[in-house]
Design a protein around this ligand. Structure first.
Ligand code: SF4
Length: 240
């Protein structure tokens, strides 16, 4: 599938109204725009199926604006529009047209991102209200860590409200968390740093949670002022 105009069309797998299930905005009502592709392939990703080309559709700008309007009218008011994925910044050219339209409507933009595309963030940050940045240690990202990308990303993202989230799997290493913490602390030790234990179909992975409690929380708390553990709640609530 090819986009005929990267500025005025995008690839979307779903647009829906639901509750934010992760991080410090847990429980707020949002319109979710789930973008199609991602530049990464994390081992724990629960969106891999939706990232297959046959699972998403080409949305012209006006069609997507129309869907947002419809959801806001039928199910609003919403706290914000969550740009999620996949990786929304993979579609930065499109966001440069979409986000100003959200602003005209008085809607806030909540960007959920893997934190590896700093140049793309710089293109659109002026229209973002909250940046929910994941950090990806090599043990979850696959072949390598993305420390250089994360460092550059943090330096751009700090202009806006920002928090960082790291999904902890049983394979996460203390050294990897130390590296993430050092990057965040160098930018601002007040940036909220969220440990998200790996979710399983019927709850939380106990080994991930134990790792946070025994080792990782203390490492982060040595250098950061706002460290929290917030599990992913979608599966527990039984919502998307
Ligand atoms: S960055 Fe997010 S959407 Fe992309 S593969 Fe990783 S978990 Fe999935």
């Amino acid at each position: 599938m090819k986009l005929s105009d990267k500025n005025l069309e995008t690839e979307v797998s779903e647009v829906f109204s639901s509750l934010q299930g992760e991080g410090p905005y847990l429980g707020v009502k949002q319109i979710f725009v789930r973008f199609g592709r991602c530049n990464m392939r994390c081992g724990y990703c629960d969106e891999i199926e939706k990232m297959k080309e046959e699972s998403f559709s080409v949305y012209p700008l006006e069609k997507l604006i129309g869907e947002v309007d419809r959801l806001e009218a039928e199910k609003g008011p919403h706290h914000s529009v969550s740009l999620t994925g996949g990786e929304p910044l993979f579609y930065a050219c499109f966001l440069g047209n979409f986000l100003p339209r959200l602003k005209e409507k008085g809607l806030s933009a909540y960007l959920e991102t893997n934190g590896t595309l700093p140049r793309e963030l710089a293109q659109v940050i002026k229209w973002c209200d909250v940046i929910a940045m994941d950090m990806k240690p090599a043990s979850s990202a696959g072949d390598r860590a993305f420390l250089k990308e994360h460092e550059a990303f943090l330096k751009v993202a700090i202009q806006k409200e920002l928090f960082v989230k790291v999904v902890i799997t049983p394979d996460t290493l203390a050294r990897e968390i130390g590296e993430c913490v050092d990057l965040v602390a160098a930018v601002n030790p007040k940036i909220p740093f969220i440990f998200q234990p790996l979710s399983e179909p019927f709850g939380i992975n106990g080994r991930s949670l134990a790792l946070i409690e025994k080792e990782l929380f203390a490492i982060a708390s040595q250098k950061l002022l706002d460290v929290r553990v917030i599990p992913q709640m979608h599966k527990i609530w039984g919502v998307r």
